[in-house]
Design a protein around this ligand. Structure first.
Ligand code: MN
Length: 353
């Protein structure tokens, strides 16, 4: 189904060469941790070149491909050059944002007359619209992340170190079937909460700290991503004002989500409210990002994205404010775009304390 859809979209190229494991998984259902490449012609059976290490497993999993075993990378070169001749490929699509120079040189060596055409946008677009089975898997990943956040918040107490909070949350998620974190868990407390991409340190939590927890679970090769901000002990009025502004910006922006709305419009609503709250200089990232097999994927929900969002897209809603020396606040949820609106996939309570 996905393959047929892709093949129907291949107008500009004779075939597509894929090397990115996430794209390969999307089309073949096999997530390679060795080397694996797909060659998908516009018509007819596609090919998968698989390393000897993973051959048995791939042979059992991958359907609809002609599978070629390569003992080493040189075998791949030979296999590819044969396919190249057999299929008479004049224009070859490739992932311009992923393919290594090393592999590209190997491809070029035997294809002097072949034009290489950028093909990443087609694949990103396809992957951004999730099927119902992908949505179910993402839903489960989101539920596991909710449990991870719950665990983290339970143990936020003075004297506990940031990495202990992260470890407990990840352990909880693994017990629920996650194969691991979908990115390095962030527990950023006190002054560190003002660093938008802090991971976690050995800092001990103190009374009065703002703590940003940002984590995700990987489940059956799909990712989740959620952030909550909490205080250790009771919040002060400045912290409360900050939290209310971010929450309001997030909620008001989420409310307009439905197919046809421009991504930049969603970002704009949140940005305007944060500016109105007096924090305009401190919202330094996009409102959100697509999520699926990768934690950050198409579409960006940013001031630059003029495209309309579509039914079946899943992305994050994560406004944040980071005030150096004071602290930060980010609230992040995962949103599924539905026919007439949206559904929030993460459901942890949104409260500062
Ligand atoms: Mn995120």
């Amino acid at each position: 189904m996905r393959l047929t859809k892709l093949q129907n979209m291949l107008k500009e190229v004779d075939a597509l060469f894929l090397s990115k494991p996430e794209n390969i998984f999307y089309f073949s259902s096999f997530f390679s941790t060795s080397f694996m490449y797909l060659l998908i012609p516009r018509e007819g059976t596609p090919f998968a070149v698989v390393s000897q290490l993973e051959f048995e497993e791939a042979n059992n999993t991958v359907k609809g491909f002609s599978i070629i075993q390569a003992k080493k990378l040189e075998d791949f070169e030979k296999a590819f050059s044969k396919l190249q001749k057999d299929l008479k490929i004049k224009k070859l699509g490739f992932e311009e944002d992923f393919l290594t120079v090393n592999i590209k040189e190997k491809l070029e060596k035997n294809s002097k007359d072949t034009d290489f055409v950028h093909a990443s946008p087609i694949i990103k677009k396809l992957r951004s619209i999730k099927s119902s089975s992908e949505i179910e898997t993402i839903r489960k990943a989101a539920k596991i992340a909710d449990e991870g956040v719950k665990k983290a918040i339970e143990i936020i107490n003075p004297g506990v170190r940031e990495y202990e909070v992260a470890a407990e949350a990840e352990y909880r998620m693994k017990k629920l079937g996650s194969s691991g974190a979908s990115f390095e868990t962030i527990v950023a407390s006190g002054h560190r909460s003002a660093f938008p991409h802090a991971s976690c340190s050995d800092r001990k939590l103190e009374n009065g700290d703002l703590v940003i927890i940002d984590l995700g679970a990987r489940y059956k090769n799909y990712c989740s991503d959620i952030s909550r901000t909490h205080t250790v002990g009771s919040p002060n009025s400045k912290q409360e004002k900050l939290y209310q502004t971010v929450l309001d910006a997030q909620q008001k922006a989420i409310e307009i989500i439905r197919p046809g709305v421009k991504a930049k419009k969603i970002d704009e609503i949140a940005r305007r409210l944060i500016k109105r709250g007096g924090y305009g200089d401190y919202f330094v990232h996009s409102f959100g990002h697509g999520i699926g097999i990768e934690v950050h994927e198409h579409p960006p929900i940013s001031p630059n994205n003029k495209d309309a969002i579509e039914e079946g897209m899943v992305f994050t809603a994560e406004p944040g404010v980071y005030i150096p020396g004071f602290g930060g606040c980010r609230i992040e949820d995962m949103i599924l775009v539905r026919e007439n609106g949206y559904e929030v996939l993460t459901n942890s309570p949104r409260s500062l304390h």
